[in-house]
Design a protein around this ligand. Sequence first.
Ligand code: ZN
Length: 410
Amino acid sequence: MRRREFVAGVGAMALAARARAAALPAAPLGSDDRPSRIAGPAGAHAANGGGSAPAPPLGSDDRPSRIAGPAGARAANGGGSAPAPRHWAWVHGDAARSPDEWRRQFARLRAAGLQGVLASGGDTAALSAAARGEGLAFQRWTWALNRSGDAWVKQNRPQWFTVSREGRSSLEHPPYVGYYQWLCPTRPEVRAYVAGKMAEIARDPAVDGVHLDYIRHCDVILPVALWPKYGLVQDHELAPFDFCYCDACRDGFRGRTGRDPAKLGDPSADAEWRRFREEAVTDLVREVAAAVRAAGKPVTAAVFPTPSIARRLVRQAWDEWPLDAVFPMAYHGFYREPVEWIATATREGLAKVGDRFPLHAGLYLPDLPPDALGRAVRLAMGAGAAGVSLFELDGLTDAHIAAFAAALSG
Ligand SMILES: [Zn+2]
């Protein structure tokens, strides 16, 4: 998969940061000229009644986790009985690094207390060897429904792409950004195709698990901090960004309810129509999970920050999915929220998923200077997260590493 960013795209954070600066002048802002990944995943101290008491080592609870699966656990720890990784980093694997340099970078992560990487692009075997060589679990970070990087499907199956309420294909008229080209999960053949692709990745012995990204519909509403970038006020669902009204979706919904979604007065007010699209994504996740597990690997996903936001913005009912672990992108800056919101979001997610699968809070480094990162880690863990995941390796300074390690040591 090519190196790509969330809908905000390269440079978007500078704009988003300006918007935030206007709204939240006191908020500490990170280095905001980094590529963003959004629209496109209170500490132990707080939980223990204050910041002064020694906290237990973060991640010391025994929440069951199947995240790395047997292969990952062995790879990361040298034995099948070791605990699953808790702390992860997203890694753009297509960065120009020699095998030695990858190894050095992964050693940095390991020394800081991270235990796994979620890597996109690059050479799977080489990246995996470097990660495992440093004791890290290696999951492949991959795009599920956004298939802009899939030349075959774009060439051969254009009818599989989603259609907006305006009747425009996301293949020919991608919304927001040129790479927003999405397959429609309502189509059984799409679900089978994507599941097959994920199974292919899972069968690679170099891979300890499959990490799904873009496992959702296009953002019908962007996170609020991104509205200025696109000159939009998305206080309701706008037709150009509302998907999917393809023939399969219209026929399927008509068959279920007798109504044509293209002829609803206010589609956003129709609970069944919203639910229909959430269930299509969930059905896909079920098929993907079955296919990946048939290859003996766990399946994880990067998702929007809370179940309610995920449903409202991108039709993602992730608390209903059969995952081995979830990585909600608790990117507070995109929602113009303070860092404390990371705990709020984590709690909301955990209230829904319970102990069905572990939750690892995704933390967005450009909005987290080192001190704030330490606080964010404590907030997430104090709220009950099984661990965190840092976006992403290239934004992780030595000062971040030190702050992260200090937060883990209490
Ligand atoms: Zn459709």
